[in-house]
Design a binder for this molecule. Structure first.
Ligand SMILES: [Zn+2]
Ligand SMILES: [Zn+2]
Length: 140
């Protein structure tokens, strides 16, 4: 599988990862506060960190933490505490992410404000539906 490289704004955090097959998004209050907008990211994948000098983690809930660059402030990674080897990666951190990647799910649709929307049809889950979906499978 083709590898993609990624990095933060200042390039102090850099990584490579297999090219994703699709993206997902999240509209929850926490993601929007962290990103300054909706989260669009890759599914959980193992990654190779080639530079992590300024990578810091912030625990944003009882089950997950978010990785960011402490030098330039870029939002980069989301991972579950149960499965810290796999990262969901902010799509904006990738170099040359294919422009035709499909977005397959939108999470926390009930927390999305009305001033934006993603075009196209896909599965859209409320927060309650997300928690029900992953309650039995924290690795998903
Ligand atoms: Zn940086
Ligand atoms: Zn979220």
């Amino acid at each position: 599988m083709t590898k993609l490289n990624g990095h933060c704004l200042c390039k102090s955090v850099a990584f490579s990862v297999d090219t994703p097959t699709h993206l997902d998004s999240c509209h929850c209050d926490t993601c929007r506060r962290w990103n300054g907008g909706p989260y669009i990211g890759m599914d959980f994948s193992p990654i190779t960190l080639t530079s992590d000098k300024t990578l810091k983690w912030y625990r944003s809930s009882d089950w997950a933490e978010r990785g960011f660059c402490s030098a330039c402030g870029s939002s980069l990674f989301y991972r579950l505490l149960d499965d810290p080897e796999k990262y969901s990666i902010c799509v904006g951190a990738l170099e040359n992410a294919p422009h035709d990647l499909a977005m397959t799910k939108e999470f926390f649709i009930d927390q999305k404000p009305n001033f934006y929307a993603f075009e196209g049809e896909r599965e859209r889950l409320t927060g309650a539906e997300v928690f029900a979906l992953y309650a039995d499978d924290k690795d998903a």
